[in-house]
Design a protein around this ligand. Sequence first.
Ligand SMILES: [Zn+2]
Length: 79
Amino acid sequence: MRLSKSIKIVQRKTPGGRTVEHLKKERFSYTLCRNCGAKLNKSRLNPKKLSKVERRSERPFSDLCPRCMKKVLKEMVRK
Ligand SMILES: [Zn+2]
């Protein structure tokens, strides 16, 4: 029986040797900005199901949010 797409049935062995079925819910981790901690886009999806290009943005400083990237770029130019 399939309950939901986000819930998986996993076989787990108990210390007594029995094999039981456990329900496991998929966990999503948010990709956060390295500087301010804001959530980046496409982060609600499971990162393992996305391709490498979809996991991060393709602009420079892909681990920063657009606002932090703007600040960093401005500082680089001023120096
Ligand atoms: Zn940021």
